[in-house]
Design a protein around this ligand. Structure first.
Ligand SMILES: [Zn+2]
Length: 102
């Protein structure tokens, strides 16, 4: 949607709270704000149909997937875990054998 003052295509819905929000919604009026020149204005709801009224996600707010380890790193970690578990089993088994023999 274009701004009536600067003609930039950066007009999005504006947050309105309290009784103003209630009155504007009853009158089917949408509060808008230009993100280029900060001009605030109102439009009838019918004129905003089909327009994008939410700002596109910026690079800052875009959801970045969490960095996961590569397959090789996960495999190495699994092998280390397996080796440590096997080492604990061997370490735990030796005294029991010794106790059996003694
Ligand atoms: Zn503007």
């Amino acid at each position: 949607m274009k701004c009536p003052r600067c003609w930039a295509h950066k007009v999005y819905l504006r947050e309105v709270s309290g009784w103003k929000k209630c009155v504007l919604s009853l009158l089917l009026i949408r509060p808008l704000k230009c993100h280029h020149c900060y001009h605030k204005f109102h439009l009838p709801w019918l004129l905003t149909l089909g327009e994008r009224l939410t700002p596109p996600p910026s690079k800052r707010t875009a959801v970045v997937p969490p960095a996961s380890h590569s397959y090789a790193a996960r495999y190495a970690a699994a092998m280390q875990h397996r080796a440590s578990v096997a080492g604990e089993k061997r370490a735990g088994a030796k005294p029991s054998r010794g106790a059996d023999a003694a």
